[in-house]
Design a binder for this molecule. Structure first.
Ligand code: IDC
Length: 471
């Protein structure tokens, strides 16, 4: 037993080294704005700002059609987007007219449940969240205007009190729909939302698949605050022309939000153009524009961020991501060197095969044995962040109805987040106690999915006096 533990410790140390090596290379210097810090967003000129008046840039990902890929609306997935990808917004894309569409043959109740779930998870993970009325094959948003009114009436009433909900009222008008028609639709929908959510940001699509922001600029919607206009691009199709259209609109005073983009071509498929994608990101950053990437799914298409061979719905490793997914994760997180199984050294890979699960450190804490894994680590704002996941095994010989463990770290650290437990920091120690729903562990049995994120000195003291207590 001891020998096994020591081998695991050595492996854990090897992983630490790997992890430490990956830190501090990039990382966006600025703190990421979140609902808990920036609060309700509003516009000052073309710029989104938080309650304290500081500029806020939202950067994140969009789901694919909720009816088709509902499985990615889950808390673990959103948590990873927030903590590892460093996203601060998710977009919930609900098609209106395609198969399974809200206004065609879709199951409206289950679609609304997915939106409710998505908003709940986003809120719990401190993310802003966009409710996207995803018109596409319906071309003109007026096609389902009455349905849109009823939908946004219900959504805005339900979410009026939330700081983090943003309303996108028509994804991409197309098929010759003119700005005057979109504007007229928006002037029907915005007052419905405003009666409930008086300040929330509202995003309005623009002609030609949300590209002709200049037409909105020539005749903007007046009489309401906090209205933004969307521009969508796909980097392998849309280049300098559309970038200049975006820049001119913003410099001309139009608040623009890139609520959808891809780094491949406009079909959502085809080749990736990283060079153009870099130019887009550079310009959006310069102009303080927010941007949301299409799409969080494992469809066999270039724009899907997860490989079609990957069936996971959260806890994605680098090797689970498509080329788009890798690029977007790296760009958002600023982390250019993720540790992935495919990137570990041959020695580590060999060890990993003989140890299951790999990279686990096991602590005998008395009554409870703690299995700790560093799931991820990254550098940001000059600090190192470590995400731990724990499994607890009850070795006391009797069932328990609650538990408490204390973990010691080698250095001072800061607790950033913790889940499925109550967390209390005391010097270099972290005390974790059970929630009412996960206190019970049968004799010899285990529970998992307990996790936390710390910054600063992240190494667990391997020989430290870790201990546990059960009732
Ligand atoms: C695409 C999806 C694809 C789906 C299709 C439905 O990627 O799997 O079959 O829609 O028609 C958009 C749209 C967005 C498109 C995407 C790629 O907003 O719905 O998704 N795209 O074509 N505008 C430009 C590109």
């Amino acid at each position: 037993m001891l020998a096994v533990k020591n081998r695991r410790r050595i492996l854990a140390l090897a992983l630490w080294v790997g992890c430490l090596l990956c830190l501090g290379k990039t990382g966006r210097a600025e703190e990421i704005a979140a609902p808990s810090t920036a609060g309700v967003l509003h516009l000052e000129g073309t710029q989104i700002v938080g309650e304290d008046g500081q500029p806020v840039q939202l950067r994140g990902v969009s789901t694919h059609g909720l009816a088709w890929f509902p499985q990615y609306v889950n808390q673990e997935c959103f948590r990873q987007l927030r903590t590892e990808w460093r996203a601060n917004v998710v977009r919930l894309a609900m098609y209106t007219a395609e198969s399974g569409g809200f206004c065609t043959d879709g199951d409206q109740e289950s679609l609304k449940r997915l939106i409710d779930d998505g908003i709940r998870y986003a809120t719990e993970e401190d993310l802003y969240v966009i409710i996207d009325w995803h018109i596409l094959s319906d071309g003109n948003p007026q096609t389902y205007q009455e349905e849109a009114k009823a939908f946004f009436e219900e959504m805005s009433a339900k979410y009026a009190h939330m700081k983090n909900v943003i309303y996108e009222i028509c994804n991409e008008p197309n098929g010759g729909t003119e700005w005057a028609q979109i504007k007229s639709y928006a002037e029907e929908i915005i007052p419905v939302i405003r009666r409930n959510a008086s300040d929330a940001l509202v995003l309005v699509g623009t002609p030609n698949w949300s590209q002709f922001v200049d037409e909105a600029q020539a005749d903007p919607i007046t009489g309401y605050d906090n209205i933004m206009y969307t521009l969508h691009f796909y980097a392998a199709t849309h280049k300098e022309d559309l970038r200049m259209r975006m820049r001119n609109a913003v410099q001309g005073g139009l608040p623009v939000f890139v609520s959808e983009y891809g780094i491949c071509d406009a079909s959502g498929n085809g080749d990736i153009d990283e060079e153009e994608a870099d130019l887009w990101v550079k310009l959006m950053d310069e102009l303080g524009i927010s941007y949301v990437a299409w799409n969080l799914a494992n469809k066999d298409e270039t724009s899907s961020m997860i490989l079609s061979t990957c069936q996971k719905t959260g806890g994605f490793l680098e090797e689970d991501l498509s080329a788009s997914g890798k690029w977007i994760r790296r760009m958002l997180s600023g982390d250019t060197d993720a540790v992935s199984e495919s990137e570990t050294s041959p020695d580590q890979a060999e060890e990993a095969q003989t140890e299951a699960p790999s990279g686990e450190t096991v602590f005998d804490c008395g009554q409870i044995e703690v299995h700790a894994v560093v799931k991820n680590c990254w550098g940001s704002n000059g600090e190192d962040y470590y995400q731990y996941e724990l499994k607890l095994v009850n070795l006391s010989g009797q069932p328990c109805s609650s538990w408490e463990i204390v973990l010691d770290f080698e250095e001072e650290f800061r607790l950033q987040d913790g889940w499925n437990g109550d967390y209390e920091k005391d010097g270099n120690s972290l005390r974790i106690s059970s929630k009412d729903y996960n206190g019970k562990i049968g004799s010899g049995e285990s529970i998992g999915d307990i996790g936390f994120i710390i910054s600063g000195g992240g190494a667990l003291s391997l020989e430290g006096p870790q201990h546990s207590h059960i009732v």
